[in-house]
Structure formats: C-alpha cells, structure tokens
Design a protein around this ligand. Structure first.
Ligand code: NOJ
Length: 584
C-alpha cells in the first residue's frame, strides 16, 4: 500500500534537497492541520513572505510581432515565472498613455494602452496569475497624469471649469518668473507656464507630467475610485510611483537654501532643501488612509511605495505599529560594492531600522537604474553570490526581469534616447555622469528580454523591429539555453527560490548576522531562524578560501566549492553555501 508519506519519500529521492524541503513543509502542514496549527504556519500575511518579480511590459515578450511587449506576452510567460519560484509579479504601467515616459504618463487610469492589449487581456492576466497561486501588483501613478489626460486639457481651458483646481496652478512671481523656487526631481524648475490659462502648473517630474492637486477632495476621491476599480477587478495590490511627492505645502513658500547641488535621498539638491515639496504630513496620512482602504478587502491586498527619504521618515510612512504603507523600497543595495562588509552594513542597518513586523524590501535593480550585473563586469559567479543574499536575507526580494539570466546593460547612446531623461541630459558626457554616479539614459536597462537564440532573442518575431535593440547577443545569453545548463544563473535562481519557498526559516525567520569582523575578512554570514528550523547562509566574497565552525549539519545548496569537515564549513573563493544547522 502506498502511504502519503511513502509518496513523499519517493519524491524526496527524485528531487534531492528540494524534495526534502517539500517533505518538511508538507509534514508541517499535516501536523499543523491535525493540531489546529495550520494558521500558525501561515500566520504572517502573504506579502511578508513573498518574492516579487518586476516586469517592464514593453520589453518582456511581444506576442503579436509589432516589436512591443504586451499583456498576452506576459501571460505566455507566467509558467516560466512560476516555475522559477516567484510568487508575485509587479508590472510597470500599461494604462492608456502617450508614452512620453513609457507609461508613467497616464492619460486614462481605467484604460489599457492598445499596444499592450485590452481590458479583457488584463482581466485574463489577473485570472491566469491567480490560477497559478500567484499574486499580481499593478503600478499606480497617483502623483501626476500625462499632459494629455482629458482632466488636464479641461483644467487648462480656463480658471473656472470644473477641473480648474485639479492640478497645482499658480500665478507667476512676475513677468516670466515662476511662482517660487521649487525644483523638479530630475532638475530644473518644477513650474511650467501655460499660455492658454496664463498661469504656471507644477510638475514634480518632467514637464509633461503635471502633478494632481490632492488638496482638492474631488481629485483624491477620484483616485481612490481608481484604486477600488482595480481592487474590484481582483488585483492583489500596487506599486506606488513617487508617492512621497504627492502633497506640496499649501503656503507655497520658497524651499530653503541647501549647499548641495547633487540630489540626495530626495531631501535636497540643486541648492535647495526640498522641505515643502516632498513628504508633507498629508502624504504620510494618505499612506495610512490607503492602507485602510486596502485592508477593507479580502483576500488581503498589499502596497509597496516608491518613497525616498531617511529611515525615520520611512518609518512614519510604515506607521508605528506597521499600520501604514505595507512596505517601502529600500535603496541601499542599489549602489553596492562587491564586499562582504558592504552588505553586512546594509543588512545590519535594515535589521536596526526595520525589525519585525516591518519587512525590508531587498532590491538591486529596476527600470530606472543601471543593471547591477554591470557593476561586477558581467560575472555570473558573483551574481550568484549577490542573488543568494537578496533571496535569503530577511525581507521581500524584488527582482527585475532579466536579472535571472544576467541580461547585460545596453550601450545605447543618449543622443537619440527614447527615454526622456536620457535625452534631456544627453549633452553631459557619459564619462562625467559615470564619475558623478548619475544614471540618465534608462533605455539601457530596459532592453528586451532574451528568450532564445533566434535573431530577436524570441522577444519578438524574427523580422520585426523591437522597440529597443537587444543588449545581449541572443546566442550567448538566453532563457532556453540557460534552462538546459544545470549550473546556469537561471537555474541558480530557481534552486534558491525553491529552497526559500519551502523553508519557514528563510521565509519567516529572524535574521542573526555573524560578526562584522568575519565580513571584514570577506565572509558574509547570517542565520535565519524560525520556530522549527535554523539555516545558515555563508558567502565568501573574498579571493581566499575561508573556514568557519558553525555546527553545520549539512549543505543544502552551494555554488563554487563548499564542503563540510565535521561541523566546519570550508568555502573556496567566490563560493557560497546554504547550510542546515545542527541545532535546528
Ligand atoms: C518613477 C518611475 O520609476 C520612473 O520610471 C518614472 O519616470 C517617474 N517615477 C515618473 O513617474
């Protein structure tokens, strides 16, 4: 007779370590069910335990050969994402838009840009995601619309139309003089004169992205309706674009002088402190209000904010008792140095500022930043070390499409960039931008995903023109080839994500860092511990072998050369291991 446990043992033999983890998880589920503890096993909300994969829809997969990625293309690839082990996807905007900032300039919040598909496609996408037991987050641009949104057209048409107060309009401080010294986040004045209306409107980002006026309750009400519209369609939550910019001080005083020209943490820059334009008390209040709205839905919904600021401020957004924004991107890993001590400091900082019930967001790249593989000269081995850290430390990992195959950064010139920020600063020599550490031409991190070795990498049809050229030679880096290579970067992501999915310590456990002194010697180490499991993660960033005595019982996963002698772990240079601890 084949018992349930017998079946599990068979699958264990077949699946090795991962099988073992599934077995533990299933046994726990059985025991939990018997003793009424299954609630305990899922005590934490799904979003605290999840892993997120970001899709830039224009670049992911083109299903109809027009050279532009689309929603049906994403649906085609859901199995790929699911098999890799991601549980949630975040999709950059696909709403109606003139595409001046590739969707971050919305002209219809309930409409879908036709090149991406239809509303029916989007509904189908939500269903298909859920059918696989996954979650989907949409990108919501609450702060501004496109200049082509009908609301703005109406608002411009005079000073007493029903939408005249939907945007932030002011009279100038004199002939050709903006109302005050408020700057836009990417530089330059945030004020733009509209001759028809004879007034200036404010835009936190680019001139074609006018900020909505949330002090007008009709605006707030309408945007809450948009949020509800998508929640009612079943979306699991949102990534909220430049959330910290939503309110501006209503006294419109000049921002104070600050000595720094270089923008920093969206706190100051361009010789002003952004005191009256960023993170006003009302913005923090809005995060809490939105949370209440999301909490009124079942199953539980989630929002993750794009917010820049110091930790003290981020904690206010999150709320004293984690009752505000669910999670907020933390940026420290983005500018990483390939050093154990660098990552030790970041993790230590996150543990200090964001202990449970807060959940740090671990992000290395996105559609606005240089692909992080570029910082390690394309080394897959180094990428394996860093991704292990991202996927096993305490937090919500957010992985940008292509990172899993080491998709390289493009080398497209800024002069004719499709990215408006890249074009705007194309007059600054690249070497100078690099010295200053400023990234402007975002085309280079948005190049098409490479699925196969066919001429257009399987992104689009062979004779079609992709909206951006490929950054990789499809013959050297593509999903299909890596899927067939046991030691590929893609298979590494898969193994780590599978381990994570089946380990309560990696998903829910606390994090205890090994000493900083070890990190100074090149070894980053930490434990993850849950009620019933203790797991160690050891990463040797150095070019020397290291040995540590950790009471290790066995190695669950490794890359490079890792071995056990007794309870000691030996790691060769650029090797890492996940280990089960004796006392687990
Ligand atoms: C932040 C987004 O990530 C970026 O891509 C966009 O250009 C700006 N917000 C403006 O919406």
């Amino acid at each position: 007779m084949t018992s349930l446990l017998g079946l599990l043992q068979t699958s264990k033999k077949k699946e090795g370590i991962l099988g073992k983890y599934r077995e533990i998880a299933f046994r726990k589920f059985l025991i939990g069910s018997v003793y009424g503890e299954c609630i305990m096993a899922h005590e934490k909300p799904w979003w605290q335990r999840t892993s997120i994969y970001q899709i830039y829809p224009r670049s992911y997969r083109d299903s109809n050969g027009d050279g532009i990625g689309d929603i049906p293309g994403i649906i085609e690839k859901l199995d790929y994402i699911h098999d890799m082990g991601f549980e949630t996807i975040w999709i950059s905007p696909f709403y109606a838009s003139p595409q001046e900032d590739w969707g971050y300039d919305v002209s219809g919040y309930r409409d879908i840009a036709p090149e991406y598909g239809s509303l029916r496609d989007v509904e189908h996408l939500i269903n298909e995601v859920h059918r696989r037991g996954m979650k989907v987050l949409f990108d919501l641009v609450l702060n501004h619309t496109s200049i082509q949104h009908p609301w703005f057209t109406e608002s411009c048409s005079g000073r007493d139309n029903p939408k005249s107060d939907w945007y932030i309009w002011r009279d100038g401080a004199g002939a050709n003089r903006p109302p005050n010294n408020w700057k836009a986040i990417p530089g330059g004045s945030g004020w733009h004169f509209h001759p028809g209306r004879g007034q200036w409107y404010y835009a936190s980002f680019l001139p074609f992205q006018p900020d909505l006026n949330y002090r007008n309750l009709a605006v707030k009400d309408e945007m809450f309706k948009v949020v509800k519209y998508w929640l009612d369609k079943g979306v699991d939550g949102f990534r909220l674009d430049i959330f910290h910019a939503i309110y501006k001080a209503d006294h419109f005083k000049n921002n104070p002088f600050h000595w720094s020209f270089m923008p920093k943490d969206d706190k100051y820059g361009y010789f002003t402190e952004w005191k009256y334009t960023i993170s006003q008390p009302e913005t923090i209040g809005l995060a809490h209000e939105l949370r209440k709205l999301l909490d009124s839905y079942s199953p539980q919904r989630f929002m993750i904010g794009e917010i820049f600021g110091e930790d003290k401020l981020i904690r206010q957004y999150l709320g004293d008792n984690a009752e505000g924004m669910h999670a907020i991107f933390l940026w420290k890993m983005m500018d990483y140095r390939f050093q154990a001590s660098f990552f030790w400091d970041v993790l230590n900082h996150y543990e200090t500022w964001y202990p449970a019930p807060f959940q740090p967001v671990l992000v290395l790249g996105n559609h606005d930043s240089r692909r992080w593989i570029d910082r390690i000269a394309g080394s897959f081995q180094k990428a394996k070390l860093i991704s292990l850290l991202q996927l096993t430390a305490r937090g919500i990992p957010v992985v940008y499409y292509g990172e899993e195959i080491g998709l390289p950064e493009g080398e497209l010139p800024a002069k004719n960039a499709l990215d408006p920020v890249g074009r705007r600063y194309s007059w600054i020599p690249k070497w100078l931008l690099d010295v200053l550490g400023i990234y402007t031409n975002r085309d280079n991190c948005r190049t098409p995903m490479v699925w196969s070795d066919s001429p257009q990498g399987g992104f689009t049809e062979e004779n079609a023109d992709p909206w951006l050229p490929l950054s990789a030679d499809p013959r050297s880096a593509n999903v299909a080839a890596q899927a067939d290579q046991p030691n590929s970067l893609l298979n590494w992501y898969k193994s780590v994500l599978n381990l994570r999915q089946n380990s309560s310590a990696l998903r829910d456990g606390s994090l205890i860092l090994l000493s900083r002194q070890l990190a100074q010697n090149g070894l980053l180490g930490f434990f993850r511990q849950s009620k019933d499991e203790k797991i160690g993660v050891l990463i040797n960033f150095s070019n020397r072998p290291v040995e540590v005595d950790l009471k290790a019982s066995r190695i669950l996963l490794q890359t490079g050369t890792a071995s056990l002698s007794g309870s000691k772990v030996n790691l060769a240079s650029l090797s890492c291991a996940v280990i089960e601890m004796l006392d687990s």
